[in-house]
Each structure stands twice: as structure tokens, then as C-alpha cells.
Design a protein around this ligand. Sequence first.
Ligand SMILES: Nc1ncnc2c1ncn2[C@@H]1O[C@H](COP(=O)(O)OP(=O)(O)OP(=O)(O)O)[C@@H](O)[C@H]1O
Ligand SMILES: [Mg+2]
Length: 498
Amino acid sequence: MVVVPPSTLAIRNITKTYPGGTQALRGVSLSLRAGIVHGLVGANGAGKSTLIKIIAGAERPTTGELVWLGRSTDWRRPADAQSAGVAVVHQQSPVVPALSVLENVYLGNETTGLWKPQDRISEFAALCERVAFEIDPHTIVAELSVGDRQMVSILRALAQNPALILLDEPTASISPAERAGVLGAARSLAAAGVAVVFVSHFLNEVMQICDEVSVLRDGQLVDEFDRDGMSVERMVAGIVGSRLHAVEAVKPTHDIGEVVLDVRELQSTGMNSPVSLQVRRGEIVGIAGLLGSGRTSLLKAIFGADHRVGGEVVVNGHPLSASPQAGVAGGLALVPEDRMSQGLIGDWEIWRNTSLADSRELSRRFRILDVARERLLASRARRELGIVAPSIDTLVKDLSGGNAQKVVFAKWIYKTHHVLLLDEPTAGVDVAGKADLIKLIRDLAERGIGILVVLSEFEELLSLVDRVVVLRHGAIETEFSADAVSVADLTASVGGLA
Ligand SMILES: Nc1ncnc2c1ncn2[C@@H]1O[C@H](COP(=O)(O)OP(=O)(O)OP(=O)(O)O)[C@@H](O)[C@H]1O
Ligand SMILES: [Mg+2]
């Protein structure tokens, strides 16, 4: 006999219409139970975060009912849900960089007025043990990797001793190596009897840790299944519906021209040894490496954002001095990994965000915008990147996480002339959106732009690039033609096993 544990939270026929008219949820019902990891998947803008916010008391449903431990509830603010036993790790987790790990974990969680983080050291150690995570509680959060910051957010949620924990894309911007820790944490929480909701665009992770899955599409629950019925294909079918247009398996052949980016013996503070590499017009070159191998540092050094110690960066025959302004002026663009912190202004419309100049310096110099041109560009970006929004006048704060990321992407890619440096361009973007992005990057190469791209998903990387450079300990180790290397070989190579 299968024993079905009772619901921790039953969600009944929830709808949500935002002021402005967007119908984010249209009659969603599902049940979250103790000890179960419930996967929530869907395209960018499908309504996942909206559902999470409603459960967490941060948004109120337009109609429908939440039943908590058998009782109908009406949470008016996050504190109501929190005191009932709901903890949430939001898509963009607000850790405070200037505070220590310990202070972050107990922030806003103080029970008495006279409280010192020090008193919580043993409690903190117990929390860490629950999720098999080791960290010095006194470390300042600013010094942590994105993955460790995510673990701090999880510890902070855990410190509330919740009956239900909501994880909204906890692994979107961390490396595959770090994901294992977060995934393990989700499983051990369920094992301890917590009900867990896990939102992710990484369907293999959902396969790995979820006991059951709900698929949202355009605000509706279109499929649900447990482990028996679970497969990546079924999830993809539910997520994209008729939107499926897979990336062509065979790479289109394209012309590769003369060298457009020539990096000569480049040395910077973030790199261990001088790096030389070249990218040709129309060529897509990948950088593969583990976390800490220097991938982001290399892109920053080329762009001029890291302190240059020696060497040269030559774009189209012209040596560039080491500053982002010189990089932009010389025809370089960098789409950084940490896109949400790269100057998106929530209270501004999409079009005004995409037209933000590439650096603060530039925006000071060119204050006058050609509005018609910028709006045209934003319309093109919305179409080509599939940004889901009523119009280019939608405020960025009203966009879903993945769609906001596409806006930042748009802001950079339409301004480059020669070379595009991309750091994890598909993070946080849904399966169909990934296909759109890959196609767009290929089109840009087709137009003669040289592209240097960091991508942690090796399968995706190899499907995109012509050549891949392996980075290890801040130095170039070797390089492969993309046709001549398998995912397994590349994995071995970045780990120093080949
Ligand atoms: N505060 C808001 N005001 C108006 N519309 C909103 C607001 N928040 C979200 N929306 C809209 O509601 C819809 C659902 O957004 P939601 O953030 O729930 O998507 P999501 O499934 O989490 O997507 P992603 O995978 O990109 O994070 C989108 O069309 C979004 O633009
Ligand atoms: Mg979201």
C-alpha cells in the first residue's frame, strides 16, 4: 500500500492578475507534502515565481484558496507565511555582502532585542550539518562565490525551521560543481520531513532530485507526474507546447575571416599566467573550465575591466588600452555573468533599459538619446530574444526573471561591432529561449562578429562553438576543434584528467 502523506499546503484554483492586466496564473491547484521535493517547471514568464510569491505571502492571489495544514489561510504579508512555517529562497537572493555569513543567516530572524550573532554559533553549526555544508561563519559574504552565497540563503531559510521551503531557481547562476551542494541540501531537507518546492530550468536537476513535477505554461498547470512518469522529454513537451523549435543538430557552416581579436601574452590580476588567444571574424570560440579556473577573469581582462599587468589586446588591428571605456570604443562588448546587478533599472521601461549606454562614462558623454532608434532596437530585441512582455514600454520590474535577463543581454549585444564576450549567456533562460539565444549568437557570428563565450554546460557549448579553449588554474591548458571533442573528453580535460 502506498502511504500518501497529508498536504502541508494545498493550493486550490489560484488565479493572479497583476495590476496592468497580466494574467500570471489561471486556476492552478496542487498539493505540497512533507518529505516530498516538488518540481515546478515552465518557460520564462510561465508564472512560477508568481506562484512562489503567493505561497510566501509576498503577493496575494486574485482568486482561489491556500489551505495550510488543513486550514484555509489568507496571508497578507511575508511575515504571515513565515510565522506559519514557510521559508523562501528567492530567484535573486538578497544576501548582504558587507555582513558576515552568520549575520546574514540570522538577519531579520532575531527573536529578542538583545541579540548577538555569536550566541548562535552552535545553532549555526547544526544548520550546516543538516545540509552537509561547511563554512566559516565569520566570513564576509562579499568574499564568497555565487554558489556559497546561495547556500547562505538556504541556511537563512533553514534557520526559520520551516515546514515548507521554496527554492526559486537556486542553481541558475552557479557552476555545475557547486550545484551538487544545493541539490543535496534540497534532498536532505525533504528527508528530514520538510516539504520542498524546487523551481529550475535545469531539467536534469529536476529529474535528479524531484519526487513529483508540475508543469506550468502561460499560467496554467498543463501536466503533472511523479517519478514513474518523469522524463526530460515529457517536461520539455509541457513547457514549450507548440513553441518547440529545436536547435539544429548540424551546425550551419559559416565563413571564418581574418583575426579580429588578438590577445597577446595578456596578464592581469585575476590570471595566473600570460594568456594568448585569437578569435577570427565569424568565429565562435568557447572557453571551458571549472569554477575558479579564471574564465570570468579572462573575459574581464580582455574587456579591460580587470587591472592589466602586461600584454596586449588588439581588436581589428588596433591595440586597446586597459579600460572598459577603451574596450567599448574599440568594438568590444561584454555580457557579464552577474547580469542582474549590471545596471537594470526596475522602474524604467524595457526600451529605456536596452538603450542604457554601455558604461556610466559613456552615458555621461552621450546624454541625448535618439528615441525612435532606441525604441526600434528594443522592438527588435523583444522579437529576436523572445522577451515575454506586453510591450517595450513594460517596466523591467514587472518582468519574470528570465525575461529581465534577456533585456540585459539585449542592451549589450546590439551595440558591438567587432567582438562579443559572453559569460554564461543562457543562465536562467528556459529551454525554448536557450534555442533562440543559440540561434541569435550564431546569426551574430554570421554577420562577421567574433565571439568568445564561457558556458558551463558542455553539451550546449559544443553545439555552439567552432573551437574550445580549456582553461585551468588561470592558464590555457589546451584547445580542441569542437567537432573533434566529446563532452566526456572535455570534462576530463578541464578537470586535468586527460
Ligand atoms: N509585479 C508584476 N507586475 C506585473 N506583471 C508581473 C509582475 N511580476 C510578474 N509579472 C508577469 O507575470 C508573468 C509571470 O511571471 P513570473 O515571474 O511568475 O514567471 P516565471 O515563471 O517565474 O519566469 P522565469 O523563468 O523567467 O523566472 C510574466 O508575464 C511577468 O511579466
Ligand atoms: Mg521566476
